[in-house]
Design a protein. Sequence first.
Length: 317
Amino acid sequence: MQLEANPNYWNAGEGYPKTKNMVIKFWADSTGLATAMTAGDVDIAFRQLGATDINTMKSNTNLHVWEGTGAFIQYLVLQEKRAPFDNVKIRQAVGAAINRTTLVQTVFLGQAQKLYSLIPIGMFGHTDAFESLGDPDYAKTRSLLSELGYNENNKLSFKLWYETSGHYPQSPQQALVLKSSLEASGVISVTLESRDWASYRTARQQEIMDAYILGWYPDYIDPDDYIYPFVHSTGGSWIHHNYNNPQMDQLIGWARGNTSATTRDNLYQQIQNLMVDDAPIIPLYQGSAYAVSQTNVKGIYLDITQTWRHWLIYAEE
C-alpha cells in the first residue's frame, strides 16, 4: 500500500505530513514481520508482534520499542444455540475456570492485562464485574457442574476453537493455556479445533462452534462500542452466539440514549452485572499497544484511540 502526502493537506503550510512517501507492507505472520524489522528491511513494525519478539527487541540498541495504552481486547464466546452452552450454569462454570494470570504471564509475558469486563480498563464505565466468578474459582466450577450431573468421571466436554492465521496475537498459545486452565478444574474436558481466519469466520457464521475466541479493536472510544456490538440482540448478531435478553437490550438502549455521565455509568454497571449473570461472553485480557522502529524514526504516538498518525512520522537523516 503506497501513500503519498497530499499537498493540499489542511496543515501543509506547517510542514505536515512530515513524510512525503510511505509504503505499508503486510506480513502473513508475526515471525516474518519481526525478522524483517530486525534485519532493517522495514522502518516500523506495528501490531501482532509476538511477546517474545518485543522483549528481544527491547534489548536491541538498533531498535526503539514504543509502548502506549491498548484498547484491544479478547474474549471467549459461548454458543447458546445448543447444548452444552444453552445452560447458563455451564456458561458460568466455564467462566469461573479461566485463569487469566497464567494467560497474561505465559503467553504475553506480562505485556497484557487481565480483563473482567468487555469495557476496557481505564475507560469510562469499566467495572471488574467478572471477577465475581473467580480467576479461577474451581470450587465454583465443580459446584455448578455437579448440579447438572458432571463430575470427575462424567466431565463436561466441548470444543474450543481458535484461528491460526495470525489475525489475533498468539492464538494457538492462548488456546493451549485456556484448555489447561479449564481442565485443571477436574470436571471439564476440552478438545481444540483450529481454522485459518477465512474458514474461522465461516464457521462462526454457520454457528457450528461451541466455544470460540474473538477479539476487538474499537470503532470509537466509548463503552457503547464494547457493549452494543456484543450483547445487544441486534448489534451482537454478527457474533452468532444467539444471546438474547430483552432486559439487556433495554439497558443498552437507555445507555445509548442518555447524555448524563452519572446515569450512563450506573447503566453500564447494571449491564456488566447482567453479563456475569448470563455469561454469554467471557472477557480474557486487554492488550497493550506496541510499535517497534529503527532508532532514527520519530513521531510515533500510541494512545487508546489506536489512531495511527501518519502525518507526524518522519525519519531523521
